[in-house]
Design a binder for this molecule. Structure first.
Ligand code: UT7
Length: 321
């Protein structure tokens, strides 16, 4: 059978790192409140020359290098973002051009914080048909550009960045490497709990992020625990056999509560929310790259990715790495 195998990971962060104390000088907040309620200590914020496209390209280059292939070996780019460089064309085509890939399939996926999980399932489906061979799957965001910097309930929570993986369709045995299961959900009734108050077809503006955080929090723990259980069931993997959970990095309390609900040891959870904050679609591949590069996530490990965000949308993936 063909499975999509992760052959490389990469990530990129803007040069500028902003502390909670710096934000406390701008809005009515404190380092103490942010750390206690979210676990966030720092976030990276894009400068004028850094965009979703440039961050995505840097992350993609590192993933390609880690995979030991040439950029021109890529025949599919799926880029998850809610903050594209332009309304159109897709930021994926900017990455394609920057990497010097003359022909491939390239498009964006919009599922906000779950975008990377959506992109993984789309790429996995396309690779398993055998039509495509090597995919770049990217999550990249510049949420700093859609934040209301006067709204303390949202502006302290988010950051910018990008993460990427190379997925290769390989013939494997039943116990071989690759994506074992993906499971996605959406429930559009909750649109008004987390949204941007603008868009090309409504206001003609980009808009700013609005969130009812407490309500999102309640749904997040329930939905994430459920979808992880579902995806492990599809993969035929017991929770005890999970080596690493790479969650969407929205709030340290959500990570703790979700792991507890599944009976997973806290040491199995890769945490980057303290230094990256919530980077939406970039947060899972950014955290995965951190775990791979610091030597925790190794070939053959069982890795569960999970995320939940605006829509609501949510999902999980189980990978034999
Ligand atoms: O990525 C998509 C998924 N997103 C999420 O998963 C986010 C989920 N939600 C959360 O992470 C949390 O709900 C928040 C971090 C957003 C908020 O934490 P909370 O413990 O739910 O706080 P709260 O919204 O209930 O607010 C508690 C208090 C309020 O004051 P009152 O009404 O109790 O007087 C807020 O006005 O904290 C106040 N507050 C702040 N205080 C200082 C809200 N933001 C701040 C702030 N600094 N930045």
């Amino acid at each position: 059978m063909i499975r999509s195998v992760v052959t490389g990971t990469g990530s990129a962060l803007p040069a500028r790192r902003v502390s909670n104390a710096e934000l406390a000088a701008q809005v009515d907040t404190s380092d103490e409140w942010i750390v206690e309620r979210t676990g966030i200590r720092f976030r990276h914020i894009a400068g004028p020359d850094e965009t979703t496209g440039t961050l995505a390209t840097d992350a993609a280059r590192r993933a390609i290098e880690a995979a030991g292939i040439a950029a021109t070996d890529i025949d599919l780019i799926v880029l998850a973002t809610a903050t594209p460089d332009q309304t159109f064309p897709a930021t994926a085509t900017k990455v394609q051009a920057a990497l010097g890939i003359l022909d491939c399939v390239a498009f964006d996926v919009a599922a906000v914080c779950s975008g990377f999980l959506y992109a993984v399932q789309v790429a996995d489906s396309m690779l398993r048909t055998g039509v495509h061979r090597r995919a770049l799957v990217i999550g990249a965001e510049t949420f700093s550009r859609i934040l209301d910097w006067e709204d303390r309930t949202t502006c302290v929570l988010f950051g910018d960045g990008a993460g990427a993986i190379v997925l290769e369709g390989q013939e494997v045995e039943q116990d071989g490497r690759g994506i074992l299961a993906t499971k996605l959900h959406a429930d559009g009734r909750y649109n008004d709990l987390l949204y941007v108050d603008g868009g090309p077809s409504t206001t003609g503006t980009v808009g700013k992020l609005r969130m009812k955080g407490r309500e999102v929090f309640r749904h997040a723990v329930t939905n994430l625990a459920a979808v992880m259980t579902e995806s492990l069931g599809i993969a035929g993997i017991a929770a005890d056999d999970v080596d690493w959970v790479v969650p969407h990095q929205a709030n340290a309390r959500i990570l703790d509560a979700t792991a507890r609900k599944l009976g997973l040891a806290p040491e199995t959870v890769i945490v980057t929310v303290d230094r990256h904050a919530n980077t939406s679609a970039a947060s899972v591949p950014l955290a995965l790259d951190v775990g791979v590069r610091d030597g925790r996530v190794k070939q053959g490990d069982i890795v569960v990715l999970e995320a939940m965000g605006g829509g609501f949308t949510w999902g999980a993936a189980v990978i034999r790495f």
